[in-house]
Design a protein around this ligand. Structure first.
Ligand SMILES: Cc1ncc(COP(=O)(O)O)c(C=O)c1O
Length: 481
């Protein structure tokens, strides 16, 4: 069947344009009524742009036109801006701090026929993935791979190790730390929060003081976000470990590395972490869809006594199945193909080189920000993140308007300010599959956007970044500047 240019399609959408996927075929549709309120789901007539839908014989045209297929279409609806940008020439710059650009090699690895996840070929794949990922976490212990976003791995870390009402010490470094705290509360834990200023990482002295005061050892776990994606501040996990040990406290150490793993130095075993939470969509070079729990022996022991209800997230079934290179439920097979290739790419570059590259790019980005006369949100040089930089927009200006200008004029997505930082900062992601020229393109886009949006700034940020990138030891010597 063929839909020609004028074929109307009626569906209920909350957007101005959509990508519709029918039986594996992708169709781009644009909304005709430009003035429709996009927040109100209303019947909308779409015009299909001359796509041949030859394989759609089982989705008769009149079903689509009458709106009977609407629910299926709605599921595959994308926000309008993304589709409208389809017509902009050149590649979109995805410079949010994750999900990040997926390398072509990984995309090609994922683009495989679906496989039998109980067959011999899968065993080979899963063995490679399960063994390979240990090197990225720097652990000899099991790493559990869930088909989920990072939030699932947060929940898994808690439900496997703790019991209802357990007190957990959670350091609020920013938006993601506070989301993790909210999750802990919802599943029946008693989080105790050390408040941060959202401009620095963890103050380990505060953790040590609180644990020292907890003579009865009521606190069962300490939860820290290694790299707070909302602020661009990292925390020193080895120092958190030392603080716990100095207090002589038996609490477990749970660490979120969702925006640092594969971008910033991280050592699960050496730093004595009990559960490390990870996600696929940032430094790990993959699309969203996989999450991880690296576990210590102490965490596995704790899981045998932990009383919180769990089923999907249960480690015991997963570990037992993984020992036979299978999963207790259907794994994300195609993402595992990608994972094996991504691990290979990280190892081929060398993890230390990967970390040094991120450090250099972060230093060059900060040099640009300073030359523009703007402020980096992270106020403590020791806590600068290597994977993203959050930049404060000058008083009286809107970070979101600025980001919109950049998107509409230069086809680049920058990260927005989250919760209390909404409209106050924009975030430049410089992590994942990224090189010097991509960074220069990114910073040029920011500088062009500052001009176009009339945000007060000095010229020359991009030149300052070039100076850093061109310097002999661009990384090490300037990392903390
Ligand atoms: C540090 C951190 N933790 C947790 C999350 C939540 O992960 P997800 O959105 O994959 O559920 C994110 C997402 O960006 C994050 O950056």
């Amino acid at each position: 069947m063929r839909f020609d240019k004028a074929t109307p399609l009626i569906a209920r959408f909350k957007c101005r344009a959509a990508m519709i996927v029918f039986r594996g075929l992708t169709v781009h549709a644009a909304l005709q009524q430009k003035n429709t309120d996009v927040d109100k789901p209303t019947p909308i007539v779409f015009k299909i742009h001359n796509y041949d839908l030859g394989a759609m014989t089982s989705a008769p045209y009149h079903d689509v036109a009458l709106g009977r297929m609407a629910p299926a279409i709605t599921c595959n609806c994308f926000m309008s801006e993304a589709r409208e940008r389809m017509h902009m020439p050149g590649r979109h710059f995805l410079q949010i701090p994750g999900p990040t650009n997926v390398p072509d090699r990984v995309l090609r690895a994922i683009d495989m026929p679906t496989m039998d996840h109980r067959g011999p070929r899968f065993a080979e794949l899963s063995h490679k993935a399960l063994e390979g990922i240990k090197g990225i976490f720097k652990t000899g212990q099991p790493v559990i791979i869930f088909p989920s976003s990072g939030t699932g791995a947060w929940e898994a870390a808690l439900v496997n190790t703790l019991s209802p009402g357990d007190r957990v010490l959670m350091y609020e470094t920013g938006h993601f730390a506070s989301l993790w705290r909210a999750l802990a509360q919802r599943i029946g834990l008693a989080p105790e929060v050390i408040e941060g200023d959202w401009r620095s990482g963890v103050d380990c002295g505060k953790i040590e003081d609180r644990l020292t005061a907890d003579k009865a050892h009521e606190i069962k776990a300490v939860c820290v976000v290694h790299n707070e994606t909302s602020t661009g501040c990292k925390s020193e996990i080895a120092e958190v470990r030392r603080a716990i040990d100095a207090a002589g406290h038996p609490a477990l150490l749970l660490v979120d590395t969702i925006s640092s793993l594969g971008s910033m130095d991280y050592r699960h075993d050496e730093w004595g972490v009990d559960v490390t939470v990870g996600g696929s969509q940032k430094g790990l070079l993959l699309p969203p869809g996989l999450s991880f729990n690296a576990v210590s022996e102490k965490a596995v022991e704790a899981s045998k006594r932990a009383g919180l209800t769990r089923s999907y997230w249960a480690w015991d079934e997963m570990i037992a199945a993984n020992e036979k290179a299978v999963f207790p439920y259907t794994p994300a097979t195609n993402l595992l193909y990608g994972l094996v290739v991504a691990i290979d790419m990280l190892n081929a570059e060398g993890l230390d080189n990967v970390f040094a590259r991120h450090t250099r790019h972060a230093a060059a980005t900060r040099a640009a920000v300073r030359a523009w006369g703007l402020d980096v949100l992270c106020a403590n040089p020791k806590h600068y993140s290597s994977s993203l930089t959050a930049v404060l927009i000058p008083e009286g200006h809107s970070a979101d308007k600025f980001r919109k200008t950049v998107l509409e004029n230069y086809n680049m997505s920058l990260g927005n300010g989250l919760s209390r930082l909404a409209d106050k900062v924009f975030r430049i992601g410089h992590l994942g599959d990224f090189n010097d020229l991509m960074l220069m393109g990114t910073l040029s886009g920011v500088e062009l956007g500052l001009r176009k949006a009339a945000v007060p700034h000095e010229a020359g940020g991009t030149l300052a970044a070039i100076d850093v990138l061109a310097s002999e030891n661009g990384g090490a010597a300037i990392a903390a500047q």
